[in-house]
Design a protein around this ligand. Structure first.
Ligand code: FDA
Ligand code: NAD
Length: 426
């Protein structure tokens, strides 16, 4: 039993949704494209899950945030896929792939064959068990990667109004969930091993701004230590979190955000892997010429930083998706992917954007005691990265443009003096 398609997208997340829209724009024929996803719903904007989805009032719910509304494009519901002759195989995992035969075997026992495969399997949340702690299955321990996790998080939050939550991890999930918990009037303690939050991106000075703001909203920080074990009640619910520094926190719920692992398992031993993802070239093509990879799972040459990287952000998922469709359908017109890394977050009433690379010397600008400030990163005499909190649309566009231009910076003091004006006038 099996079906055959010209194009198959494996995975039905952000990248899949944006690729589908691009395929339609480029004139894919009915019956040529299939998307296989183990999620039960059509592709949606995953970032909504830690923001609008968790609001106590007027919370975002599907179908409002199907892709591609996040980029102000059409909202693709299951009906849209049907109308455009795209086979959307939902609630179905792929359990094995054979890139020589060009086939995928699904959990329903069907073999789906392709001429061209686009791998868009994203990533899975790391579990505490991978750090030697048991208890992830407890009813009040939450992770956040997909819509099922988000529904569960909402249920657990609603089961303990005014209660105490411990958030494990000081990265994106930790910061965004902590803010959402506070907005839901839950008391939050954040626990993470680093000296400050958002260690992969923020300097200690930038992190301090957000930590102080979080403290003003009642969040308690315990830094430089990790969880060692949970205490449970007779129903298997976690009642306390024991930390390696010897302290114990009593809890009503726990949220865990300790990083991700790309879903490459189906292709290990078949495709070249790098940086934990599927290595692709500037056309997003893997070591097998019939297989492409996009989004969180792809390790691609990031020209702007001069090396191969795997990015775990929605803008790169959207843009790599659009690019791969051009590379496949219009190869002669398509140049190598030239991507400027772009990360952002919105927490409470705060909002920041970052472009480029956070290496080299850091020059701060603006008023860190006010609502607008930022930083530039200068490496080998060039501006390579820019961060801005509280900017206007035009100011964010300006720091993006400045970072892309990589201007020569001879005098850091002068850059500091000019501050945001430098980006606006460059
Ligand atoms: P994505 O994870 O979206 O999709 C992968 C899909 O493949 C899933 O549907 C999965 O179920 C499916 N799949 C995997 N293996 C499969 C198999 N074997 N068979 C069938 N299906 C399979 N970024 C950002 O820049 N700003 C932000 O504010 C946020 N906010 C945010 C919040 C939350 C809660 C999360 C979890 C993530 C973010 N992100 C973000 C990150 C962003 O969402 C992420 O980079 C993109 O979703 C990546 O898109 P992909 O399509 O690559 O993976
Ligand atoms: P992350 O990599 O941002 O942060 C992981 C955090 O885990 C680290 O900062 C560290 O504090 C913590 N940690 C690591 N080991 C630990 C341990 N043993 N005990 C306790 N803490 C430990 O990952 P995340 O926050 O889990 O986010 C998951 C994914 O979702 C990432 O790909 C992220 O980019 C994406 N995401 C992005 C956004 C955004 O861009 N605004 C928002 C939400 C999620």
């Amino acid at each position: 039993m099996g079906r055959a398609f010209v194009y198959v997208i494996l995975g039905g997340g952000v990248a899949a949704g944006y690729a589908a829209l691009e395929f339609v724009k480029k004139g894919v024929s009915h019956g040529e494209l299939c998307i296989i996803s183990d999620e039960p719903v059509a592709p949606y904007e995953r970032p909504a899950l830690s923001k609008g989805f968790l609001l106590p009032e007027a919370a975002a719910r599907l179908p409002s945030f199907h892709t591609c509304v996040g980029a102000n494009e059409e909202r693709l519901t299951s009906k849209w896929y049907k109308e455009h002759g795209i086979e959307l195989v939902l609630g179905t995992g792929v359990k094995s792939a054979d890139v020589k035969r060009k086939t995928l075997l699904t959990t329903t026992g069907e073999t789906i064959s392709y001429k061209i495969l686009i791998v868009a399997t994203g990533a899975r949340a790391l579990k505490l068990e991978e750090f030697g702690v048991t208890g992830s299955d407890a009813g009040n321990v939450c992770y956040l990667r997909d819509i099922a996790d988000a529904n569960r998080l909402v249920d657990v939050m609603q089961s303990c109004p005014g209660g105490n939550a411990v958030v494990i991890g000081g990265g994106y999930i930790g910061m965004e969930c902590a803010a959402s918990l506070v907005i839901n009037k839950i008391n939050v303690t954040m626990v993470f091993p680093e000296e400050h939050c958002m260690g992969r991106l923020f300097t200690s000075k930038i992190a301090n701004y957000y930590e102080e703001y979080y403290k003003s909203r009642g969040v308690n920080f315990i830094k430089g230590t990790v969880l060692s074990s949970f205490d449970f009640d007779s129903n298997g619910k976690v009642t306390a979190v024991n930390l390696r520094d010897g302290s114990t926190l009593s809890v009503d719920m726990v949220v865990v955000g300790i990083g991700i692992r790309p879903n490459t398992g189906l292709f290990e031993g078949q495709l070249t892997l790098e940086k934990g993802g599927i290595k692709v070239n500037g056309m997003l093509q893997s070591s097998n010429s019939s297989v492409y990879a996009i989004g969180d799972v792809a390790a691609f040459p990031v020209k702007a930083v001069g090396e191969t990287r795997r990015l775990e952000h929605v803008d790169s998922a959207r843009k790599s998706a659009r690019h791969v469709v051009s590379a496949i359908m219009e190869p002669n017109k398509t140049r190598e992917f030239d991507y400027l890394p772009f990360f952002y977050s919105r927490i409470f009433t705060l909002s920041w954007q970052f472009y480029g690379d956070n290496v080299g010397e850091v020059v701060y600008y603006g008023d860190m005691s006010g609502s607008t400030f930022g930083a530039y990163w200068v490496s080998k005499d060039h501006l390579v990265g820019a961060f801005l909190e509280g900017g206007t649309k035009e100011e964010y566009e300006a720091i993006a443009k400045a970072t892309r231009l990589r201007p020569v910076i001879e005098d850091l003091t002068e850059l500091e003096r000019q501050g945001l004006r430098f980006a606006v006038t460059v």
